[in-house]
Design a protein around this ligand. Structure first.
Ligand code: GL7
Length: 800
């Protein structure tokens, strides 16, 4: 492997020519990217091998993080910097006359996720490897991602396939030797042996071959390289039984076609269940295979392996591991159950009722007959046990059992089969304990704990914002880069005017970069000296992008009516994908685009008010959007956003949170104090009372601003059609405003005024931004991973 620039150049040149059979100059940027990616992967391969060997020889426990999503973002820069070879490579390329940026821009974001839950998984992979914990990912190799979002001339979202691997994926390695046979459908034949023990044989099953592709997860400044295993479904070498052959091929093909688009909206689809069992079965099989290479039996599985369930999507790990232990390795129920519980833990990521997965048992009986039997038995044993625990509350059992009215409640199964359950922010965990899982807390008082989310400061500060990194290095040295506690060293400098000025300069540079990016993407010109206020996240009613655009409409109407009223220049940026079947969310996207079209073209206001919707929000976009923003919109209805992680990224880059007391905003607020954020709106407690007497129509009647704004939704003001946005109007008025948008409108307008006031005093603003950065170390996912390792996984570090 290359050790210096000279060797790098020679090897890069040689590999390009050998791979493509032409002169280096004739190869395309994509070919150069693939070659460079492969070289970097190979560079890491020795470390990868060492990590595996050392894990085995130190007999270390390892974690398998089961997640339907890993929203990795581009890997090239992150891998080069983590390996410490970025300078060699970029300088080497420059000497060869090749632009690194052009090569890096060839890489598509891997289409392996949809929102915060998947991005969290990716941050965890970076932090675990960087902290020398052996944490492997287990996921599906989706070929067509979620979707690529395009906005048509009417301002509507159009979905296109995200064929992210079309040019190839240099990071993955196909490992056919570890392929797993996964069985669906069929029947279970029960027989008894001479001892009276039962045996189960799966007959007439439909077989699918799960083929793993491994991606190296490279730590920063360490030799630890973990594995993200992506499973791909292929037709098996077994004749399909009783089913049409072509149908079989397309059924297999469908399993890994795309990511389910539901972000907190439930789409109870059979195919989703198939995906879930597919990657669970394959993942469990490979864990068992690896364990048995180094240990004589599975007795100590819980001592050497931890399986983390990222939300309920992989909950079938619980019955699947039971099945393997009992049917394949002859364990009795009780011993198998003990091993499962020791091994498994579960993270809850949402309290939204519609997002809590439920499956008709009939689906499971049909698709996974043996798993259905095991789930029924788990349910039966649970009922018998729980009944004895709380004889005073006979309904407790029926409220908490996994099987209710023929439906499997995945969260209930997760709770029963795990030794630890965690929420993802303080307030969220309290809601789990006091509300959603209140009954279970009676039965298992110590089960639920909090693990506030985090984000990797490498991708989300050091690599995406090198200007800020340099400012921090110049001001406090580099200790913060390796130890998140040292972010706080910056506190000593927040009052220093020269540091404040230097920060404002950095921000200005980043805002100019963002403005250029926005121009290239949308053609819109934004003013880099205006206050840039950004809401970037999936589109969902509870996140209330609607409240944001309503405030913009209000400002516009007020300026139109009163020429003496003018705001300081503001740019409102939105970036959000809506699930393809989520009509309301798509309507909000259209509204934002229609509002933008009108306002941005109005000569009366366009110098001070600008609205831009950035299509196809993704990790790569966030890497430019976050460092270039002044204000971070975190305005969900209190109690609904479990944590949020975008809030942490903005904070880390010196944006001020404009938010409700929801999710991790609560912790941001207690860390920075009210002088350094702007908090507004009803609290969870207030909403718990308000919900009983809330009447949205009263707000409409009594607040002229709300009245005027809402009327534009039904009078054709935005695009000539009176019915275009009636659905939004109806949600607020006829359906009584599920997410209390109108109840928080007044407070939100005032919060916007407050943040504008603060922005006007440049030095106090800069001071606040610096306080936010200084306090953001707590939200490093290095801290989160330490907590999981210590409190949930009982995991030791790898020693090289
Ligand atoms: C989410 C939550 O909505 C979000 O608040 C949280 O930050 C994230 C990671 O814990 O998990 N739950 C969920 O289903 N998605 C999320 O982003 C998609």
């Amino acid at each position: 492997m290359f050790r210096n620039k000279r060797e790098f150049k020679a090897e890069f040149h040689r590999r390009l020519v050998e791979a493509y059979g032409c002169e280096m100059e004739q190869t395309s940027p994509a070919e150069k990217y693939l070659t460079l990616g492969t070289m970097v992967r190979d560079y890491a391969s020795n470390y990868w091998k060492d990590t595996k060997n050392e894990t085995a020889s130190q007999d270390l426990k390892q974690v398998y993080y089961f997640s339907m999503e890993f929203l990795l973002g581009r890997m090239l820069t992150s891998n080069l910097k983590n390996l410490g070879i970025y300078d060699i490579v970029t300088e080497g390329l420059q000497e060869l006359g090749i632009s690194y940026q052009e090569i890096a821009d060839q890489e598509n974001d891997p289409g392996l996720g949809n929102g915060g839950l998947g991005r969290l998984a990716a941050c965890f992979m970076d932090s675990a490897a960087s902290e020398n914990y052996v944490v492997n990912g287990n996921c599906i190799r989706y070929r067509a991602g979620l979707f690529r979002q395009f906005i048509n001339k009417y301002g509507e979202q159009v979905e296109m396939p995200d064929m992210w691997m079309r040019i190839g994926n240099p990071w993955e390695i196909r490992k056919l030797k570890h392929a797993v046979d996964v069985k669906f459908y069929g029947q279970i034949e029960v027989s008894y042996d001479e001892n009276g023990d039962m045996h189960f044989r799966h007959r007439h099953a439909s077989h699918v071959l799960a083929v793993p592709y491994d991606m190296p997860m490279i730590g920063a400044h360490t030799k630890t390289v973990n594995t993200l295993r992506l499973w791909s479904a292929e037709p098996a070498d077994v004749a399909p039984r009783d089913r049409d052959y072509r149908q079989y091929l397309s059924d297999v093909e469908a399993i890994c076609l795309n990511v389910y688009p539901d972000d907190s909206t439930e789409e109870g689809k059979y195919l989703r269940l198939k995906q879930e069992y597919f990657f669970v079965c394959a993942g469990v099989h490979s864990i068992v295979e690896t364990h048995l290479k180094n240990h004589p039996s599975l007795d100590n599985l819980g001592e050497k392996v931890a399986i983390q369930l990222n939300d309920t999507h992989p909950v079938l790990v619980i019955p699947e591991l039971m099945r393997v232990l009992m049917d394949e390795y002859g364990y009795a129920w009780d011993k198998a159950w003990q091993i499962v519980k020791e091994t498994v833990s579960y993270t809850n990521h949402t309290v939204m009722a519609e997002a809590l997965e439920k499956w008709p048992m009939q689906y499971i009986e049909n698709l996974l007959p043996r798993i259905a039997m095991i789930i029924s038995e788990i349910d039966r044993r649970y009922c018998a046990w729980a009944w004895q625990q709380c004889p005073d509350d006979p309904d407790l059992v029926s409220r908490t059992r996994p099987l209710r009215d023929g439906t499997l409640h995945m969260a209930a199964l997760a709770l029963i089969g795990s030794h630890a359950v965690n929420g993802v922010a303080g307030i969220h965990t309290e809601i789990l304990k006091n509300d959603l899982f209140r009954d279970q807390v009676r039965l298992y008082p110590h089960l639920i704990q909090n693990k506030t989310n985090g984000v990797t400061p490498r991708r989300w500060l050091m690599y995406c914002n090198p200007e800020l990194r340099k400012l921090l290095d110049d001001t406090i040295g580099t200790a913060w880069e390796k130890d998140y506690h040292h972010f706080e060293d910056l506190l000593k400098h927040v009052d220093d005017p020269s540091v404040q000025e230097a920060f404002l300069d950095v921000k200005q540079v980043r805002k100019e970069k963002l403005a250029a990016y926005v121009r290239d993407l949308t053609g819109e010109i934004i003013d880099p000296s205006s206050m840039i206020d950004t809401q970037a996240k999936r589109l969902h009613a509870y996140k209330r992008q609607l409240l944001n655009i309503m405030q913009v409409i209000y400002l516009y109407q007020r300026m139109k009516r009163d020429p003496s009223f003018r705001i300081a220049p503001h740019t409102y940026l939105f970036a959000a994908k809506a699930a393809s079947s989520y009509t309301f969310a798509k309507s909000v996207i259209k509204l934002i685009n229609c509002v933008a079209a009108k306002i941005n073209n109005d000569p009366d206001t366009r110098d001070v008010l600008k609205v831009v919707f950035l299509p196809n929000y993704c990790v790569t976009m966030a890497e430019t959007l976050v460092p270039g923003s002044d204000v971070s919109e975190q305005i969900s209805t209190a109690g609904k956003e479990a944590s949020g992680t975008g809030n942490m990224k903005f904070m880390m880059n010196g944006a001020i949170t404009l938010g409700t007391l929801d999710g991790a905003n609560v912790e941001i607020d207690s860390l920075v104090g009210r002088d350094n954020d702007v908090i507004f709106g009803h609290t969870v407690e207030e909403l718990n009372t308000l919900q009983y007497h809330y009447n949205a129509y009263d707000y409409y009647q009594q607040d002229g601003r709300i009245h005027d704004v809402l009327d534009t939704l039904i009078n054709g003001f935005w695009n000539g059609s009176a019915d275009e946005f009636r659905m939004i109007y109806d949600e607020l008025i006829t359906r009584n405003d599920t997410y209390f948008v109108l109840a928080d409108f007044d407070a939100y307008v005032k919060a916007q005024e407050e943040i504008a006031r603060r922005y006007a005093s440049r030095n106090t603003w800069a001071r606040s931004c610096l306080v936010n950065i200084a306090r953001s170390g707590y939200f490093s996912s290095d801290r989160t991973i330490e907590e999981y390792a210590h409190d949930i996984w009982d995991l030791q570090k790898l020693h090289f």
